[in-house]
Design a protein. Structure first.
Length: 182
């Protein structure tokens, strides 16, 4: 397993060992003992699977009182994955990180608690599996609008975007900061 640190504290890109032969590919997507070295106190409480068609943009989602750390893995297809740092004390507060994740290498992105998360489906279909460190609480969910001009996230051009009404109407980063009394 290879681990790439990013400029964002705790945000890691992980490349599991792949075993390929004439039958296909095998990799361990999660193995507690190995990942325990990265996060000795980490416990995943919920696994999610998202299936999206090309051009689907989900996010940028987060939970206010129950923040979730997430380990993102694409098991089919390809996505452009974005994490926005909402940690007030962080040196990278208000900055975003983006990377492509796909089933070609089963690379993973670990997003620690305190980030908003979203992704854009680049392939015809993408199946995204993610492990979460806390449960999903619908009443606690919030979002930053994906196309906030002040954030200037460099989303790839895939043609027509499919975005939920909730995500289209999400607040700007500035409005969120105002609501949090910065």
């Amino acid at each position: 397993m290879k681990i790439e640190k990013t400029a964002f504290e705790g945000l890691l890109k992980i490349f599991p060992d792949l075993h390929r032969d004439n039958r296909g590919t095998f990799c361990e997507v999660w193995q507690a003992a190995r990942y325990e070295d990265l996060w000795p106190e980490l416990t995943f409480l919920q696994d999610n699977l998202s299936v999206s068609k090309k051009g689907t943009l989900r996010g940028l989602h987060f939970q206010k009182k129950h923040p979730q750390g997430k380990l993102i893995t694409v098991v089919q297809g390809e996505i452009y994955d974005v994490a926005l740092d909402l940690r007030k004390e962080s040196e990278t507060f208000g900055r975003w990180f983006a990377t492509t994740l796909s089933d070609r290498d089963f690379s993973q992105l670990y997003i620690p608690e305190g980030f908003a998360h979203g992704f854009l489906t680049l392939s015809d279909v993408a199946r995204v599996w993610y492990r979460c460190t806390d449960f999903y609480y619908p009443e606690d969910e919030a979002a930053i609008v994906y196309n906030d001009t002040n954030l200037a996230i460099d989303w790839p051009d895939v043609g027509h975007l499919t975005v939920s009404e909730k995500d289209r109407l999400a607040q700007t980063f500035f409005a969120w900061r105002q609501s949090e009394n910065f």
